[in-house]
Design a protein around this ligand. Structure first.
Ligand code: ATP
Ligand code: MG
Length: 879
């Protein structure tokens, strides 16, 4: 029975037992921000289990893609070493939401395993939670389960809880005894041992209680069932294999790795481990990318990066020197897209992501490996057994060399790693960098700014609501950053006021401009910046009179400019959402610039965006603009905001309360910028450019409102000018230009035909110039060449007309000398064209030779051509 058949059989079995078959969910958990990856079948049903969500069914079954490679469940380091752990695996599960409970769950599981899959009953073992007499008794009643096979285990193994509070309950696991050869050989090896002998196949969770803050458990009114069985494990068992990697779910992948590195599988433990790791990690990579993850330095992306890098490292140990990962991930897609059609959708992206990451990592890997090998040699000489934490940290910190890889290599060489030492080094550095950051920023702070900070000033930004406000000048800094009491007309100053409607440059949005007016003068604000926490400075020039410290002033933002900035900023959000919807969820903002004139948006994406995609994005964005959707601003707790689906930007820092801008259901982003009230104010969005700025990062530029209209008008004007120039209506321009181009081609052909004709017309003149060497006519001439063939054509014609004699021609073509010598057949006994050309071509710095009747040569010095031709007669006479 193949893995695919088992998956089908499982779902059919539960369908026949009145379960709804539900599609599995993304590896990114939809409503659980605390969970890194979907790690069990029940994840998509959490809200149903706790009663917050109702579905149209009370029994369900799924085959859920799961990842256990980070966060609460992490089996990454087991992969390659155990027979049963993967980073990505498929979990078969049946669920009861207050419907059936223990008895039926046990009966169905037993029936499926022993009847449908025909597993030998005498090899099965059961564990129950130590206090769960009910489950114990139910298993005792099961027909065919040999006596003494039910084992009571403690809380660590057999009690499950959704969290510190909430639903929880005992579990019961079904194991299969794979025989002593699969085990660890320890005399204590028995059910519950961590080795592969008593293989856990299926876990049945009995959700029976609700636990409150005090740890008190009360029975749930409607107890539920959640079960999980690893498909790879059950497939291996059904197929009589001792490891998951020998099941048909893995053999095609393993065999493609084996072919790639020309090493057999199953003969050497280290080679096998490497192949298992690569096979497993390529599966995980394919699935993670398909669910929108990309390698990065944080969160899920970081886990993906670690997985890919670990695979590359193991590939190196198989002698795979060139990038290979994408070939294996392609094999994964080929094998699994039948069961997981969504894999095909991101196949191209996958290949690019994998190739890029692997290329990037190779150099790091080379450097790191050679340092690590040197260190290991040193340790061996010293007879130490542990790789020092400080060293591991250095590798990690300076080379980005992953700690898992150090661990794997250390393990292979019989070393431990000093993990506490590593963590300590990391902390030391963290503290140092904190200190140096503070010192650093203080050092660049001007004296005037430092004074404002020390006096505890903080400006309040009121510009979300208003464009003007009254305030006081609390700080005035000259161009050198020194505090001054007064500034006069013509001087540049930085003005600090405790309250301001001026937006200071942040998050890509440029600073505001405007006017500050005091009792004795005015200043033009050219830019607004934040230079330290809460210190907003208006970079200004005094245009009239003077401004002094403590002046009461009016601050007024230049409204038109601010409106255009707001329009471009809101347009950036609209564009971001449109791109996500057209290109996929992997699109993440990696930088942006919002000015009054235009907007620029950098984002992760691995291929150029096609003209068609750009069109779709532009249309979608403009639809949203025409919908004139109200923008909504909320202040939320950070966790709450992210949970509600707001897009948080990588690398930006947020306080505890964050500002969330939403545009209907279309877009939701954490953002501190200024925006329009409704999308209609944007008017129109036009994309003006799409380019690549780094590996995997692209840039889109766009304009809005009047600037967008300007583009259309300018294009129209240009088109009209062209049309009048070519004297056709604009819609016929294409045809007209095509016509012109083809006429031009014809003319070029004609010109070269005529040039050749002209040159050939000279032939008689050339022949008339023949000189006699004894009885032999010698024709020497320099000719104009329009193609390399001309020389030969002319030579043929002259020789034929000549009847008997020697012809030597030379010309210049594309900066080089070209030479030809011909001797008529009757004379080749005396003169050899090859010999003649050899001597002549030497004079233009070339070399040549050929047949007695015809020889050609070239040379790099065309300026010596006349001398060379002039020497021909003497050369012939001396033959
Ligand atoms: P183990 O003790 O073997 O790691 P577990 O107790 O972590 O298993 P559960 O959390 O109960 O497993 O998950 C339910 C089922 O999913 C297991 O019985 C097993 O068949 C499968 N499973 C769990 N972890 C993995 C993994 N890393 N790779 C493959 N299958 C797994
Ligand atoms: Mg486990």
């Amino acid at each position: 029975m193949t893995g695919n058949e088992i998956r089908e059989k499982f779902l059919t079995f539960f369908k026949n037992n009145n379960h709804s078959i539900i599609e599995d969910s993304s590896l990114v958990p939809q409503d659980d921000p605390t969970l890194l990856f979907t790690n069990a079948g029940m994840v998509q049903f959490k809200q149903v289990f706790i009663g917050e969500e109702k579905r149209g069914y009370s029994r369900a079954a799924t085959c859920q893609r799961c990842v256990r490679a980070g966060g609460k469940h992490n089996d990454l380091e087991n992969v390659g070493y155990t027979a049963r752990h993967h980073t990505l695996f498929e979990m078969l599960g049946n669920f009861s939401f207050g419907d059936y409970f223990k008895e039926e769950a046990i009966q169905m599981a037993w029936e499926f395993l022993t009847v449908d899959l025909a597993l030998p009953k005498e090899k099965l073992w059961i564990s129950v939670f130590e206090d769960d007499d009910e489950a114990f008794a139910l298993w005792e009643k099961i027909d065919g389960l040999p006596k003494g096979r039910i084992v009571r285990l403690g809380e660590a193994d057999n009690f499950w809880a959704m969290g510190d509070t909430g639903p929880c309950g005992p579990c019961s696991e079904i194991h299969i005894d794979q025989g002593p050869e699969a085990g660890c050989g320890s005399p204590d090896c028995k059910m519950g041992c961590d080795c592969d002998r008593y293989l856990e196949l299926w876990n049945l969770v009995f959700m029976q209680f609700n636990r409150d803050e005090n740890g008190k458990m009360t029975p749930l009114p409607k107890p539920s069932i959640d079960t999980g069985m690893g498909l790879e494990r059950i497939a291996a068992v059904v197929q009589g294999k001792m490891t998951n990697y020998d099941s048909d779910l893995f053999t095609p992948i393993i065999s493609s790795i084996s072919t790639l590195c020309s090493k057999p599988y199953g003969q050497d433990k280290r080679t096998d481990t490497a192949m298992k790791v690569i096979a497993d990690h390529c599966r995980a990579t394919a699935f993670l990318v398909a669910d929108g993850m990309l390698p990065s330095n944080e969160g899920r992306g970081y886990v993906l990066r670690r997985i890919m890098r670990r695979a590359v490292r193991f590939g190196r140990s198989l002698g795979l020197e060139r990038p290979f990962l994408s070939e294996i991930t392609a094999e994964v897609v080929k094998n699994m897209k039948g069961a997981y059609p969504h894999l095909s959708e991101s196949e191209d992206l996958l290949a690019k992501v994998v190739y890029n990451e692997e290329e990037r990592f190779r150099e790091t890997l080379d450097n790191g490996l050679s340092m690590l090998n040197t260190e290991i040699e040193r340790l061996q000489n010293e007879s130490s057994t542990s790789v020092p934490g400080e060293f591991i940290f250095k590798l990690y910190d300076t080379y980005g060399f992953p700690v898992d890889i150090v661990r794997d290599i250390a393990l292979e060489q019989g070393f431990d790693i000093d993990e506490p030492g590593f963590i300590k080094s990391m902390e030391v550095q963290r503290n140092q960098s904190k200190k140096s950051w503070k010192g650093g920023s203080m050092a660049v702070m001007s004296a005037g700014v430092k004074k404002l900070v020390d006096e505890g000033h903080k400006a309040l930004f009121v510009g979300y609501k208003t464009h003007r406000t009254d305030s006081n000048i609390n700080g005035l800094l000259d161009h050198a950053g020194e505090s001054v009491l007064k500034a006069i007309q013509g001087e540049s100053v930085s003005i600090f006021c405790p309250e301001t409607p001026f937006y200071a440059e942040a998050g890509g949005q440029v600073g505001d401009q405007g006017k500050i007016t005091g009792p004795n003068g005015k200043a033009k604000v050219l830019d607004t910046v934040v230079v330290a926490d809460g210190i907003i400075l208006h970079e200004a020039e005094i245009t009239e009179g003077s401004l002094s410290i403590d002046d009461k002033v009016e601050l007024k933002v230049q409204e038109g400019r601010r409106q255009r900035i707001a329009s471009n900023h809101s347009a950036t959000h609209v564009l971001h959402a449109a791109m996500k919807s057209v290109l996929g969820d992997h699109v993440k903002q990696s930088g942006s610039l919002v000015t009054p004139e235009r907007l620029r948006f950098d984002f992760t994406h691995f291929s150029p965006i096609t003209q068609e995609e750009l069109g779709t994005i532009e249309n979608l964005a403009n639809e949203e603009i025409r919908a004139n959707t109200q923008l909504n601003t909320e202040m939320l707790e950070k966790e709450e905001a992210i949970k509600s689906g707001a897009v948080a930007l990588f690398g930006e820092k947020y306080g505890d309360k964050v500002r969330v801008i939403s545009i209907g259901n279309f877009s939701k982003e954490l953002c501190g910028g200024t925006h329009v009230r409704a999308t209609g104010e944007i008017g129109l969005l036009k994309i003006t450019a799409e380019t690549s700025i780094a590996a995997g990062v692209r840039r889109i530029e766009a304009v809005t409102g009047p600037a967008a209209i300007n583009i259309f008008q300018a294009r129209e004007k240009q088109l009209a000018e062209l049309a009048s120039l070519l004297k056709v209506p604009a819609e016929n321009l294409g045809a007209k230009i095509e016509k012109l181009l083809s006429a031009q081609k014809e003319l070029e052909k004609e010109v070269s035909r005529l040039t050749a004709k002209l040159t050939l017309g000279d032939i008689d003149g050339i022949i008339n110039s023949a000189k006699m060497a004894g009885d032999t006519k010698v024709v020497v001439s320099r000719v104009a060449l329009d193609s390399p063939k001309t020389l030969r054509e002319m030579g043929d014609k002259i020789r034929d007309k000549l009847g008997s004699g020697i012809v030597v021609l030379g010309g210049e073509y594309q900066g080089k000398a070209a030479l030809l010598a011909m001797v008529t057949k009757d004379l080749t006994g005396t003169y050899k064209a090859g010999n003649i050309i050899k001597e002549v071509s030497a004079l233009v710095g070339g070399r040549g030779g050929g047949r007695p009747d015809m020889a050609q040569a070239g040379g790099p010095n065309p300026d010596k051509l006349n001398d060379a031709l002039g020497a021909v007669y003497d050369i012939i006479v001396s033959q």
